[in-house]
Design a protein. Structure first.
Length: 213
């Protein structure tokens, strides 16, 4: 079965020509890799500026990645246009009563995510009100690209949620004097978190900016 991962963009766009913050573009680019070559990623509810910016960012990626589309319409409009009932769509919701399990891959073929931010806000509440069935990914907040990667491993690769290796609140060390703690759970590669390509450099750049007076 082909699984579709829907990213409902719920951040306010920045008032710059580029529109999307750099960290969002890095996470979104990472998602089409994490979804796997047989996956489909739908980015929904973007402004026209954001849509053009994201298309330009994703187009040069030539490794084995999922198919993707960028939409200005909301997830509900996209589902309506494609005659997809919400019973086939699983909302990944920290407040859901039931954890995601491999068996959910037989129930749902679409998995819906709202963009997370820091400090955490309950962005998912807006999607929760629309009546989607839901599942959670455990007690720790994840970045949205991590949540997509975990979902793919569970429903597509049939790995139990608690069998995936994680690292919580990792410290990213740049040198002997500079480091930053990340307030999220990540999939682990050994002892290191799996970050979007370019994220470590962006974090270091932002850290250096904080010391510019």
């Amino acid at each position: 079965m082909t699984f579709t991962y829907v990213i409902e963009h719920m951040e306010e766009d920045e008032t710059t020509p580029k529109s999307l913050p750099p960290w969002v573009e890095l996470e979104y680019a990472h998602m089409i890799t994490l979804a796997g070559i047989n996956g489909q990623v739908e980015f929904t509810h973007l402004s026209h500026n954001s849509s053009s910016s994201l298309d330009a960012r994703l187009a040069p990626i030539n490794e084995s990645v999922a198919s993707y589309q960028v939409h200005t319409q909301s997830v509900m409009k996209m589902l309506e246009q494609n005659s997809i009932p919400i019973t086939r769509v699983c909302l990944l919701d920290p407040k859901a009563q039931t954890a995601l399990a491999p068996e959910d891959g037989k129930i749902f073929d679409h998995f819906l995510f709202g963009v997370s931010d820091d400090p955490p806000r309950d962005r998912t509440s807006e999607l929760r009100q629309l009546g989607f069935p839901s599942r959670h990914l455990g007690p720790m907040q994840m970045t949205t690209d991590t949540a997509l990667g975990v979902t793919k491993r569970v429903v597509d690769d049939k790995v139990q949620l608690n069998a995936i290796p994680y690292v919580d609140f990792p410290t990213i060390t740049f040198n002997a004097k500079e480091s930053v703690e990340m307030p999220f759970r990540y999939i682990a590669n050994g002892k290191e978190p799996i970050l979007p390509p370019g994220m470590r450099e962006l974090l270091h750049e932002d850290l250096n900016k904080s010391f510019d007076f």
